[in-house]
Design a protein around this ligand. Sequence first.
Ligand code: SAM
Length: 377
Amino acid sequence: MDSRLTTGQPGNPLQAWDAADRALLAAVDATCSALAVVGERWGALVVPLADRVRSVLIDSAAGRAALTRNLTTCEASVTDQLRFGDVSEEPDSLGDLASPEPARWPCGHDGVLMRASPSVALFDWQLSRLGELAPVGAPVWIAALANQWSNGHERCVASRLGASRLGASVRSRGVGKARVVQRTIQMALDVPTPWTTIPGPTGFALASVPGVFCHGRIDPGARSLLAALPSQMAGQRVVDLGCGNGVMGVEAAARGAAAVIFTDDSLRALAAARRTWLLARQSGATARFAHADAGAGLPAGEADLVICNPPFHQDRAQTLHIVDAMLLASRRLLRRGGQLVMVGNRHLHHESRATSVLSGVKIIHDDGRFSVLRARR
Ligand SMILES: C[S@@+](CC[C@H](N)C(=O)[O-])C[C@H]1O[C@@H](n2cnc3c(N)ncnc32)[C@H](O)[C@@H]1O
């Protein structure tokens, strides 16, 4: 693997490739010349195969940025046809919600490389759509880290692509084990709608889709954050940073906010937030949806309030680099005197990290498990 590949995220403990990437690269057939890559992370698959990859399905804004940078750094000979196929549709109207047909994935490939999502529900949905990428009979190689591959994944492969034993484990030096399996694309029986709706904690319905944080349920940290939000936000410009299903931004609008920016690294999360927004019909506020790594590219110095429930994991690794990135983003996005309200597991002490970035840091809510801080720019 090219040692110049990076995630491009300061403090990210993850390497830009792992055993599953290596397993796929070792397995892929040299005769395929128009590949689709599903579930790419930082470019570890696309960069070495750049002259044979036509489409890459990648959910993360940070992943897209890293892929683009890595293609240049590694001097990859990119096909001029490389496309990003978006994993989720972004409905524009309530009409779209009534019939949530996913947007079509790009077609015309002769093979598919796929990193299996740890979410079995997302994996199954993606498997059900492989026939959009390549014709029946085309080869598909699927890989996952062995500790992220479950019986549920195995059952999905058996039902969508035909039963057979898993491929052999492939040990990759120093980076653990991966599972890789090869099948051929089968006729799709059905494409189940991935969307569900759950009752939100304050009366709004929340749209949910596999692969989005806390799919189908409400995060207890989000409940604590909601309890600590100002009861009135009349006329405020609010950023829902790491919006997930949009629960915070919709609540801000219900409490009087004039404008809400929903932003998340995940395209799927944004699609869920947009659905939540459309369902809630908060016509008194404007909404914008931004696919970005920690709010990158959003206007600086304009927000009155940033609301944030930051992740402290990437894959299975605990890491606080995204918390730090979101604190820095809050400082950039807030107007002078504007406020951040952020929740975290109590033992992680986000308040001590916030102190070096913002002023007036104060814990305003503590339920024993989660604490919520307020800070000022
Ligand atoms: C703990 S969830 C919170 C979701 C929602 N706000 C809630 O309270 O239920 C964290 C969210 O941050 C998003 N996220 C992770 N890394 C990010 C990044 N670098 N930039 C922006 N969003 C990110 C995740 O996709 C996820 O939706």
